[in-house]
Design a protein around this ligand. Sequence first.
Ligand code: ZN
Length: 70
Amino acid sequence: MRQRAASGQFGDFKASALYCPRCKRAMPVRSRLLLILPDGELHEYLCQACASSLGTKTVRQAQESQLFMP
Ligand SMILES: [Zn+2]
């Protein structure tokens, strides 16, 4: 079974605009790779105008065919 964890701050949606507290409105964002995790990547979203960090998101790798059985 595929585990669709809703643990990420933004779930599964593709963030193209997020509310920026500094700009006081929804701003286009750019994503930055923060960390490579064993099961995915951690991305950070930055406001394109002021470069404030607006949040992070874990992108899990879809490796359904490679199940590791201990
Ligand atoms: Zn901003």
